[in-house]
Structures are given as C-alpha cells and as structure tokens.
Write a protein that binds this ligand. Structure first.
Ligand code: ZN
Length: 133
C-alpha cells in the first residue's frame, strides 16, 4: 500500500476585522467547504488552512463545483464526523454567535450540530487525559 495524498494549503488574505466577523467566518467556512469538505478536516495556522485528502480529490471536487455552480447552487455543508472537546464557556458562546471554537486537538470548527452520538475525537480524548482535574 502506498501512502499517497494531496495536500491543499490556502492563505486567506482578509482584513483582520472582517476575518473576525461572523460574515468573515461564514466566507471562510464556505471557501473551505467548497474546496474540501468537511470543515473539521481543515487545520488552521493563523490565516493559513491546510487539509489532506486522497489522490484525485481536488479534481473530483472541482467537477462537483462546476456542476453545482452551473445550476447556481451551493454545495451542502458537510458537518464533522467526530465530537471534539472544547471549553464549555467557549462552546456556549460560539454556539450562540456562530463563531469558530478551537478544540483541544487544535481543530477550529463552528458548533452547528448535536454532538451526541458522534464518535469522540481520539486526539482530544488523549489530551483531556493529560489535563489536571
Ligand atoms: Zn479533537
């Protein structure tokens, strides 16, 4: 088996105030979802976002985008598949405001779904075990 993958790295050059606004975050999420869903699959470092996918993903995603944009439609948001650990206060605030929260494992995401029934993020669970009670 060969471990091949495609790495997609984008730099969002947005005005800081706009980037921190809800509209700025919605734009960011829309860009990430359009390039490679789900949003939770992206890592963030400052204004850079990166994700790994299977070979051929970008070509297939470009075709999906061509089809939906020809119909003047948007791609559906694909939500995350795991439940991350986030500070309770941050989660409550960002669920209300729609802003992104940073999970223990470093993933940024906008809480938009009920996490009950989702598999727990293994990296978050491991890091939680190292925190003082
Ligand atoms: Zn996590």
């Amino acid at each position: 088996m060969v471990d091949e993958y495609e790495e997609l790295v984008i730099e969002l050059d947005l005005d800081n105030e706009f980037a921190a606004s809800n509209l700025g975050w919605l734009l960011t999420v829309r860009v990430l979802v359009s390039l490679s869903p789900p949003v939770q699959g992206w890592d963030r470092y400052g204004t850079s976002y990166s994700t790994l996918s299977e070979p051929g993903h970008s070509r297939a995603q470009a075709e999906r985008l061509r089809v939906v944009s020809a119909r003047d439609e948007l791609l559906p948001q694909e939500l995350g598949t795991v439940s991350h650990r986030v500070h309770k206060e941050h989660l409550a605030a960002s669920t209300i405001s729609g802003e992104a929260s940073r999970a223990l494992c470093g993933v940024f995401f906008v809480p938009m779904q009920d996490h009950a029934g989702l598999e727990e993020c293994a990296e978050c669970a491991a890091l939680l075990g190292h925190l003082p009670q």
